[in-house]
Structures are given as structure tokens and as C-alpha cells.
Design a protein around this ligand. Structure first.
Ligand code: ZN
Length: 260
């Protein structure tokens, strides 16, 4: 067992952060300080692990939440301008399976809300869903994270229920690394639109990234219509990550809106 002094030292020693535009061919953990969902480095302790994780246990607008009693409102329709492009790498970052996008600004995949365009930066999965609807989680959730030119972050949560296999997810799972790191996907082309439901009505609220550093100011669009994945597909993910979920966070007076 590590002595407390050693653990303290490892927290204080400055660590080299990855360069802003790191080489996508080389896997680098996105986190300076390791964390976990449960135990000593679990969700109740994230803010103690690293000063940059302060919002995790000190923030007032955190995610995920239980969505209930949403207020119907005249919200703009959202549109996905997603297309097929080479998958290149599938990442296992020690907490989930993730695909990063390295498109030049203005040239990738977009979430369009009114006249605002948010560019897709990465997507990843949780099991079960982090979001609850009326007190219940779904089998899984897909989080598609986007950033606008003004740096506002928009997350799209696609809930997953049991059903038929999803062909796009199948493509991903075929290249899923069993341990932390990344796997080359050869010449596989992937279109993230293959994991979206047909109807894009949504719940809307302001929250945070659900893993450290728990940055706030994230606009969450939680799609009302779930997509399907097969038992085998869900089990394959569960073999790696049976429970990669942050606990529900208090609303603190926030209002959840929903499309009519
Ligand atoms: Zn997530």
C-alpha cells in the first residue's frame, strides 16, 4: 500500500499536460489526475483529487439529473449535419469507449440549433444511462459532445433501450480495445448519424460535463426518443464497463424545458 505521504506527493508534483493538438496516433489519457466512479477516488471525492476538479463537488449546475416535470416550450428544432468519415481510432480511456474528432474548425460534423452551429468533438457511452427520465435510467446512453465557435459546449444524450442491434455500434465494438489505449480501425467509415433516432424532440437544461473536471455551462439536449441496441451489444460494453455512471446531481432550482 502507498503511504499517505507518497499519495500526497503524487498529487503535488506538477504533471506535464498533453499538448493542445496532440498526435491522434498516440493515446494520451485526457486526465492529469486519475479518478474513478466509486471508492477513494470516487464521485464523492473528485474535487479533492485535483484543484481543477473543483466544480465536481462545489458546482451548483452539475449533471446528470433526473428529468421530471419538464416545462413545454417553443424550443427551436435541432438538426444533425453528420456524415460518414474514416473512423481511424477507437479509444478505451479507462472509463468508457470514445471516438474523438479532429476535424478543422468548420469542416466536421455539426449539431445545428436555430442559427448556431456546434461542431462534434467526441462521443462516448455510459451504462446504464446517466440521465434518468421520471425516476428511471435507460440501458445505456450515448453522449455526443459539441463545441460552438464561441466555445459554448452542447451535449446530446441519446438514450438506449433493448431491441435490435445497431449497425454503427457494431462497427465500433469490432474495434473496441479491451484495455486502456486505442485501436486502429483500418479503413472503416463511420457515420454517427447511424446512432440517432428519427425524431429529435428533446429535453433541454443547463448542466456540466459528467466526468472530471465537471465543467459547467454545458447545454444538454436529451433526446426524448431512445434508440435500440441488442442484448449482445450491451453485454459486450458491460464486460468492460458494467457501471460507468456518475450519481444524479441536485437540480438547485434549474428548470428543464421540453419541445412540444
Ligand atoms: Zn458522458
Amino acid at each position: 500500500m502507498k503511504s499517505p505521504l507518497l499519495i500526497l506527493a503524487s498529487l503535488l508534483v506538477p504533471q506535464v499536460l498533453p499538448a493542445q493538438e496532440h498526435d491522434p496516433a498516440r493515446y494520451v489519457s485526457p486526465w492529469r489526475t486519475p479518478w474513478d466512479y466509486e471508492g477513494q477516488r470516487g464521485a464523492q471525492h473528485w474535487s479533492e483529487l485535483d484543484s481543477s476538479y473543483a466544480a465536481c463537488n462545489g458546482g451548483k449546475e452539475q449533471s446528470p439529473i433526473d428529468i421530471r416535470n419538464a416545462r413545454k416550450a417553443d424550443l427551436p428544432a435541432i438538426r444533425f449535419e453528420y456524415h460518414s468519415e474514416p473512423l481511424k481510432y477507437v479509444i478505451n480511456n479507462g472509463h468508457t469507449i470514445r471516438v474523438d474528432y479532429h476535424d478543422a474548425p468548420g469542416s466536421g460534423n455539426f449539431l445545428v440549433v436555430g442559427d448556431k452551429r456546434y461542431q462534434l468533438s467526441q462521443f462516448h457511452f455510459h451504462r446504464p444511462s446517466e440521465e434518468y427520465i421520471d425516476g428511471k435510467p435507460f440501458e445505456m446512453v450515448l453522449h455526443l459532445m459539441h463545441t460552438a465557435a464561441d466555445q459554448e459546449v452542447a451535449g446530446v444524450a441519446v438514450l438506449v433501450k433493448l431491441g435490435r442491434a445497431n449497425a454503427t455500434v457494431q462497427q465500433l465494438w469490432e474495434h473496441m480495445p479491451a484495455a486502456e489505449g486505442q485501436q486502429q480501425a483500418g479503413d472503416a467509415e463511420l457515420n454517427p448519424a447511424g446512432m440517432l433516432p428519427q425524431h429529435t424532440g428533446y429535453y433541454l437544461y443547463t448542466g456540466s460535463v459528467t466526468a472530471p473536471p465537471c465543467t459547467e455551462g454545458v447545454k444538454w439536449f436529451v433526446l426524448k426518443t431512445p434508440v435500440e441496441m441488442s442484448v449482445a451489444q450491451i453485454n459486450e460494453f458491460a464486460n468492460l464497463y458494467p457501471h460507468d455512471v456518475r450519481p444524479l446531481q441536485p437540480l438547485n432550482g434549474r428548470v428543464v424545458q421540453e419541445t412540444r
